[in-house]
Design a protein around this ligand. Structure first.
Ligand SMILES: NC(=O)c1ccc[n+]([C@@H]2O[C@H](COP(=O)([O-])OP(=O)(O)OC[C@H]3O[C@@H](n4cnc5c(N)ncnc54)[C@H](O)[C@@H]3O)[C@@H](O)[C@H]2O)c1
Length: 265
């Protein structure tokens, strides 16, 4: 029996990047999927996964920042599969700007998608999980905000750190009702988001910005989206049945070095 066979998972931000990686791993492990994204191309990603893994998938074009759209997405998922056991709250945005130049609109954009988007997804799925008497929620936080930060990331860092608080509160609130809530704290994976950040950091040579990230990681590379998908699969599956409220760092060791100059290598 495959790790996620018999599970129905709703994954937000599923069209590209980590959401595509998570969806790929979930399809490979036998889950039925509700792939949600703002971008209608989510259907193309789903079509690839149906062909490659013979997976049962529906797609929903929805904005996580709008609660009514997430409630409608969950309704479609229930109509298709009868239950939702796992929610991967992955959709998120990141824009860089010096703090003095950060507009209120750009700040609110991060709050709306990164914080309210996860809040809305959880409020939409939890009633269904309560009906089934079980569930697992995996929230995409980040090492950024809670552990480290770079200049220009004020809105992103603030919102990703907030998700740690949400994870812990929901974990304790639903622990006795068999719904587990954990979050991932990823360093860097190469996705459209990171490629956009590289352009904002070094418009003349974005590739060098990406290569410089790898140099600072003890494992000397960025994560592959499917490596992050494996963590989401573990947290979504019964293998992690005693984990709740955890913050799992997945960063190739990037937050470990104490200095860039002391040591034997
Ligand atoms: N890539 C990294 O290195 C990294 C590191 C730490 C955390 N994360 C987190 O992982 C998540 C995914 O990141 P990514 O790099 O794959 O991003 P990405 O920008 O490459 O892809 C994000 C996907 O989410 C969708 N999306 C964006 N806003 C949405 C909305 N309002 N409603 C529905 N869908 C929406 C986009 O259309 C896209 O398909 C984010 O929450 C991000 O903060 C990423």
């Amino acid at each position: 029996m495959k790790k996620l066979e018999g599970k129905v998972a709703l994954i937000t931000g599923a069209a590209v990047g980590l959401g595509e990686g998570i969806s790929t791993v979930y399809a490979n492990y036998g889950a039925k999927l509700i792939m949600v994204d703002l971008d209608p191309n989510v259907e193309k990603t789903a079509e690839r996964l149906r062909k490659e893994y013979n997976a049962e998938i529906i797609t929903v074009v929805a904005n996580v920042a709008h609660k009514e759209e997430m409630i409608a997405a969950v309704k479609k998922g229930i109509e298709a599969f009868g239950e939702i056991n796992v929610a991967c709250c992955n959709a998120g945005v990141c824009r860089l700007a010096p703090f003095e130049e950060f507009t209120d609109e750009m700040r609110d954009f991060h709050i709306d998608v990164n914080i309210k988007g996860v809040w809305n997804t959880c409020q939409a799925v939890i009633p269904e999980m309560l009906k089934e008497g079980k569930g697992s929620i995996v929230i995409a936080s980040s090492v950024t905000g809670d552990i480290v930060a770079d200049a220009g990331e004020a809105a992103y860092a603030m919102t990703k750190a907030a998700l740690v608080g949400l994870t812990k509160c929901l974990a304790v609130e639903y622990a006795n009702r068999n719904i587990r809530v954990n979050c991932s704290q990823l360093g860097y994976a190469r996705t459209p988001m990171v490629e956009k950040m590289a352009v904002e950091s070094n418009p003349e040579d974005p590739e060098s910005a990406i290569q410089s990230i790898a140099v600072g990681v003890p494992m000397k590379r960025l994560a592959k989206p499917t490596e992050v998908g494996e963590l989401f699969a573990f947290l979504g599956s019964d293998e992690s049945s005693y984990l709740t409220g955890s913050q799992v760092v997945i960063d190739g060791g990037s937050t470990l070095p104490e200095t860039m100059s002391i040591g034997t290598n």
